[in-house]
Design a protein around this ligand. Structure first.
Ligand code: HEC
Length: 109
């Protein structure tokens, strides 16, 4: 009985730390939510600009990049007219946005 209890406590801890890690893993979030338009490792696609070798990502403050992710960029605000698509605003937790910004910065070193 004690063993069973101990085993379930371990299982819970493993589950909890697993999800906590995923929430802060920018590369993993990028893979699931961003690659469709921005390409694997941010190389770009016909639907969205590259994030690797990108001056905006390189030079902007983390808050400015976070703001594009959270608010999207469409209509008159659009910067790249060659993409028919707009940047759709993303519903993400603040720590996820932070992890994404760090990941995109790491693509521009
Ligand atoms: C449906 C396609 C699509 C998805 C999904 C998408 N984006 Fe975008 N994103 C775009 C397009 C198109 C633009 C260019 C908007 C413009 O013309 O200014 C853009 C622009 C951006 C920019 C500004 C780049 C620059 O050079 O100014 C950032 C930052 C960004 N996206 C981050 C993300 C992140 C992070 C995700 C995933 C959480 C994501 N995007 C998901 C289409 C997408």
């Amino acid at each position: 009985m004690n063993r069973l209890l101990l085993a379930s406590v371990f299982a819970l801890v493993a589950m909890y730390s697993g999800s906590a890690m995923a929430a802060a893993d920018g590369a993993a979030i990028y893979k699931t939510k961003c690659v469709a338009c921005h390409g694997a490792a941010g190389v770009g696609t016909p639907m969205g600009p590259a994030h690797a070798g990108n001056e905006f990502i390189k030079k902007s403050k983390p808050e400015e990049i976070a703001s594009v992710i959270k608010n999207g960029r469409e209509g008159a605000a659009k910067k790249y007219k060659q993409f028919a698509m707009a940047m759709p605003k993303q519903v993400l937790a603040d720590d996820e946005v932070k992890a994404l910004v760090e990941y995109m910065k790491s693509l521009n070193k």
